[in-house]
Design a protein around this ligand. Structure first.
Ligand SMILES: Cc1ncc(C[n+]2csc(CCOP(=O)(O)OP(=O)(O)O)c2C)c(N)n1
Length: 611
């Protein structure tokens, strides 16, 4: 029986074992939609509320399954809507393939309805591969290349298929001049640097006494090798946010996140080390790495275009993290003096106590740090966690202890608002047995999360484990930016841009047939999590959190907090509690049991009393 081009596209996606396509309809892809109907919805078309959400869902799917995400949208407006999600994939190095429609060939160039120059529009986001299908014989070659390039370069590729081409009869490329046949098979190999380069790296790493390691998502699959290397070198390991789930946060020498959202032990380890080993990380903020002349440094990265950035590395090894570390390990000298590592472990212990105290510091009404602290110990072993951009990214970075098989991610590089809810929809689509958690601000919920709850209500009954928890930090404020305004310029809060209208998140979830819980006081936080975890369906937990709790960077000084306080005095409309909360959080780090008073800790003592 004859096939249309659209039938062939879906057939080829199935051949690539693509099981889901996240998308939204439109007449620019009507040919594909008709083919989907004929194909019995294989691969399954997962309908988002908005094409940007479809793209985020493809990114979440790819991040949490390791398989390429595929999304589809109509020509013109649908294709334009995909873009932000596609940039999120590109910047976080996630394989996503976009299939978009285009006006019919006969109308092209005629200023026709919905005609947008999609090749130019997608040329940046899909710069490694962006092709228009003009005749059937281009397939399967262009689709195979789109899949292969997205996977091998961990990037975005796009296929633009004009609407009339979708409905043409499919004709395979012939054994002839100017025909390009294609095949599916592909084997993966892990590059390893030459021995002589590995020996150069070993010389650098053996020369110092105080070794700091930084790992990112490129170290995924190398947890064992990273652990052994850190052990031999007596090193501590900091994690860039996208690599947070690579190594357990419960290991005593793991200092946790780094950067503005990072921990104090990571900050101090980088400030004091004499040697640096970076594995699979493109962490951009070099001010959180050692001073340029302070440490001898080695980098390992699989991508030759990404080495040598961020720090004056002496040796840049291009190779797979696990395979390269395995070659490196026999050349490394075991450090017999363990005092550097013991010092790091002590700082990690004390930081954990500080975080506990910060979580239990009083706020009005709920301290957001308490919300994350109470979730951390309750996360099931196979949990998948996504944080949105906003203050929740800070609390996710510092308070959530990922361990074992858990996975976690966020928009690490684009840092866009809005991926929290669609990421877990993508995660759940690919991992229907795993409980998923989205940690989202009220601004991000109002931007798009609320709408995507409708998508959850449409699909949740098909999930093997229906547990999906959407936690909303209801603070009526675009809080992260409010604090950035305060910290950077000491500028007062600009209410027309920062204040958010009220919305009943839990009530709205209930109206959709989901579970909804409202936590209004600190005592409600733990029971709210318990209720959400025990729910027989997806649940929105709305926490009435205090916008006055500052996401303080690890190196913030009391003077900087005072500067923020100044903005309030100069006209910031928020309560004077801002000053009090900021100072109080900082003071938690100075209390007995912290760096200055290591021996007098009482971690069990909740500091719930207000001054
Ligand atoms: C698409 C997009 N728009 C704007 C921003 C800038 N931005 C970063 S965080 C943030 C505030 C987020 O507010 P909310 O979701 O309420 O979380 P909160 O910080 O209050 O916890 C804004 C506006 C962004 N990163 N992405």
């Amino acid at each position: 029986m004859s096939q249309t081009v659209a039938d062939h596209v879906l057939q080829r996606l199935r051949d690539w074992d693509v099981q889901h396509v996240f998308g939204y309809a439109g007449d620019g892809i009507n040919g594909l939609l008709a083919a989907w109907e004929r194909a019995g919805n294989q691969p399954e078309f997962v309908q988002a509320r908005h094409e940007e959400m479809a793209a985020f869902e493809a990114v979440g799917y790819a991040k949490f399954t390791g398989r390429p995400g595929v999304c589809a949208a109509t020509s013109g407006p649908g294709a334009i809507h995909l873009l932000n999600g596609l940039y999120d994939a590109k910047l976080d190095h996630v394989p996503v393939v976009a299939l978009v429609g285009q006006t019919a060939r006969s109308a092209m160039g005629g200023n026709y309805q919905q005609e947008v120059d999609l090749t130019t529009l997608f040329k940046d986001v899909a710069h490694e591969y962006c092709e228009m299908v003009m005749v059937p014989e281009q397939l399967p070659n262009v689709l195979d290349r789109a899949m292969r390039i997205a996977m091998s370069r961990r990037t975005v590729t796009a296929l633009i298929i004009p609407s009339d081409v979708q409905e043409l009869e499919y004709v395979a490329p012939g054994h002839a001049f100017k025909m390009v046949p294609s095949s599916l098979d592909m084997s993966w190999s892990a590059p390893v640097p030459p021995d002589v380069e590995i020996a150069r790296a070993a010389e650098v790493l053996n020369s110092g006494q105080k070794v700091a390691m930084l790992i990112g998502q490129g170290a995924r699959g190398a947890a064992q090798e990273v652990t052994e290397t850190a052990d031999v070198l007596g090193a501590g390991v900091a994690k860039a946010l996208l690599g947070k789930d690579v190594l357990s946060d419960e290991l005593p020498w793991v200092t946790g996140s780094i950067g503005l959202l990072g921990t104090r032990p990571s900050y101090e380890m980088m400030a004091d080390c004499d040697t640096l080993l970076v594995v699979g990380s493109n962490f951009p903020y070099s001010q959180f790495l050692p001073e340029f002349d302070q440490a001898r440094a080695v980098q390992i990265d699989i991508d030759p275009t990404m080495v040598g950035l961020r720090y004056p590395f002496e040796v840049n090894l291009v190779g797979d993290a696990a395979a390269t570390l395995r070659r490196l390990l026999p050349l490394l000298d075991r450090r017999t003096d363990r005092s550097w590592r013991e010092d790091i472990e002590g700082k990690v212990r004390r930081w954990s106590e500080v975080m506990q105290r910060r979580a239990f510091t009083a706020a009005d009404p709920i301290n957001p740090e308490l919300v994350f602290h109470e979730l951390s110990s309750r996360l099931p072993d196979d949990a998948i966690v996504a944080a949105d951009s906003g203050s929740s990214a800070n609390w996710y970075a510092r308070h959530i202890k990922l361990r074992g098989n858990m996975r976690g991610s966020l928009s690490g590089t684009l840092a866009t608002m809005g991926p929290g809810v669609p990421y877990v929809i993508g995660a759940k689509t690919g991992n229907p047995h795993r409980p998923c958690f989205a940690l989202v601000g009220d601004g991000a919920m109002q931007m798009n999360g609320i709408n995507e709850l409708i998508t959850i209500s449409k699909y949740w009954r098909s999930w093997a484990d229906p547990r999906m928890v959407i936690a909303v930090l209801h603070n009526n404020d675009l809080n992260q930016v409010t604090w950035e305004l305060r910290a950077m310029g000491g500028s007062p809060q600009f209410l027309p841009s920062q204040q958010l209208p009220n919305f009943p998140y839990a009530g709205y979830a209930r109206s959709l047939g989901l579970h909804g819980v409202l936590a209004e006081k600190p005592e409600d936080v733990a029971p709210a999590w318990e209720e959400a975890l025990a729910a027989d369906r997806p649940c929105v937990v709305e926490f009435a959190t205090d916008p006055a709790v500052p996401p303080i960077p690890p190196h913030a000084t009391l003077e900087q907090i005072e500067k923020a306080a100044e903005s309030i005095i100069r006209g910031d409309t928020d309560r004077i509690d801002m000053v009090v909360e900021g100072l109080r959080s900082k003071v938690q780090e100075m209390l007995p049991g912290t760096k200055d008073h290591p021996d007098q800790v009482d971690p069990g003592r909740p500091l719930t009393d207000r001054p």
